[in-house]
Design a protein around this ligand. Structure first.
Ligand code: PLP
Length: 419
């Protein structure tokens, strides 16, 4: 993405008086290609994009045009999606613990599909949206995932019969089962195990007098091992739901669609070199001990909140060196151990505690960070008065380019940065 960032930088610099501002570059063709990949690997599973992951308006517009559904967690997300003209039947309100006013609002908007995992929620739904199409969210093994959502949500299988009996008593319509193996799932077997549990929950549904018609396999899909996860998931669906006529299968992928589509360019606004004493006067000189501290203009209170909230490690690379965007190959560069910090006055604002970067990096040079599309902008704050970094949109240059451009034509006409 390096060349894309540099092209986008030139565009931004041409339009912006304060051209040192950090900025994201969104390559929307990556989102398009991830959708193609999804359809290729999981043709029987309809993706409902998890808006929480990155509610970027142009990502949503593109996905709406491509026909995906949407997983929304709040009123705000629901109205953002509905404003795009998406039919409410393409939305699942996939938050098992909702405010009563939010459920009432969903009912008014015609959003019927929603998850639950506890009895109180059933009482709330009975009062506020008795015609809801409910989906029981079950607990699965997420112990090997980056973010363990099971710590907060999901009914253990043993409690499902009781929940379904209560739903029946309240006259509610439970239409299916959902799970989430944890965000950032690197263990494919978690999907197989979860589908097995969902099968058991389907059988419990039948015993309670329901005929379930929806299986929601959640999110957790990673770019790096997508084909493997998809293969194991598809195999498990075939095994546990061999006769699935009348069963609709959906998923709630988030990071798979957007992580790789966004990069961030940040400017080195300050540097401290050779001014920090070693930890102890007699400490051995360690070649990997950072001797230079770089301060960039986005940090953990902004785009890099993913380091704290999403357990990410980020890896800077050099976009400009000594003011030039013609950076020599890595082998020609002398590097030094260094640390990279955000712009705020808080010492927790550390982007990279130890890394190696060219010793010739100066204040004013640019660093790039890839894979910045998931759980970044959406949770960025303006702590200390630092603005959230803007996004410059590109439509890449690969297959799907024409379709992405067509979808985003309106945006281009608004005069914003489509390359
Ligand atoms: N669905 C639900 C209910 C979630 O809570 C999340 C993430 O927190 C997702 C889907 C998206 O997960 P991922 O980004 O790992 O695909």
């Amino acid at each position: 993405m390096r060349n894309g960032i540099i092209r986008a930088y030139r565009l931004a610099a041409a339009n912006e008086p304060d051209a040192e501002k950090a900025f994201f570059v969104a390559d929307l063709s990556v989102v398009y290609r991830q959708h193609e990949r999804w359809k290729r690997c999981l043709p029987q599973v309809e993706p409902f994009y998890a808006v929480k992951c990155n509610p970027d308006p142009y990502v949503l517009r593109l996905l709406a045009a491509l026909g995906t559904g949407f997983d929304c967690a709040s009123n705000g997300e629901i109205s953002q999606v509905l404003k795009l003209g998406v039919d409410p039947s393409r939305i699942i309100f996939a938050n098992p613990c909702k405010a009563a006013s939010f459920i009432r609002n969903a009912a008014k908007a015609g959003v019927d599909m929603m998850t639950f995992d506890n009895t109180d929620e059933l009482h709330k739904v009975a009062r506020t949206h008795p015609r809801a199409k409910l989906v029981v969210r079950i607990l699965t093994d997420d112990s090997r995932s980056l973010c363990r959502l099971g710590l907060k949500f999901g009914a253990p299988l043993v409690s499902v019969p009781g929940l379904l009996a209560k739903a029946r008593e309240l006259g509610l319509d439970v239409v299916g089962v959902s799970f989430h193996v944890g965000s950032g799932c690197y263990d494919s077997s978690a999907f197989a195990d979860a589908v097995m549990r969902a099968r058991a929950a389907f059988d419990m549904g039948r015993e309670a007098g329901y005929e379930f018609s929806l299986l929601d396999v959640g999110g957790g899909f990673e770019d790096a091992n997508f084909e493997e996860n998809a293969g194991v998931l598809a195999g498990a669906i075939d095994r546990y739901f061999p006769d699935r006529q009348g069963i609709r299968i959906i998923a709630e992928p988030g990071r798979f669609y957007v992580s790789r589509a966004f990069s961030l360019a940040a400017n080195i606004i300050a540097r401290r070199a050779g001014e920090s004493p070693p930890a102890a006067p007699d400490a051995e000189i360690d070649a990997d001990q950072p001797t230079v501290m770089y301060y960039i203009n986005d940090g953990v209170y902004g785009a890099f909140n993913c380091i704290l909230f999403d357990h990410q490690k980020v890896h800077p690379y050099v976009l400009s060196l000594g003011g030039s965007f013609h950076v020599p190959g890595a082998e020609a560069l002398r590097t030094a151990a260094c640390s990279v910090w955000g712009p705020t006055c808080d010492s927790i604002d550390c982007v990279c505690p130890v890394t190696r970067l060219p010793a010739a990096l100066q204040v004013g040079d640019w660093l790039g960070f890839d894979n910045m599309g998931a759980y970044t902008i959406c949770a960025a704050s303006q702590f200390n008065g630092f603005e959230v970094s803007n996004v410059i949109y590109t439509s890449g240059g690969g297959p799907g380019d024409a379709e992405v451009r067509a979808v985003l034509g309106a945006f281009a006409r608004e005069g914003r940065g489509i390359e």
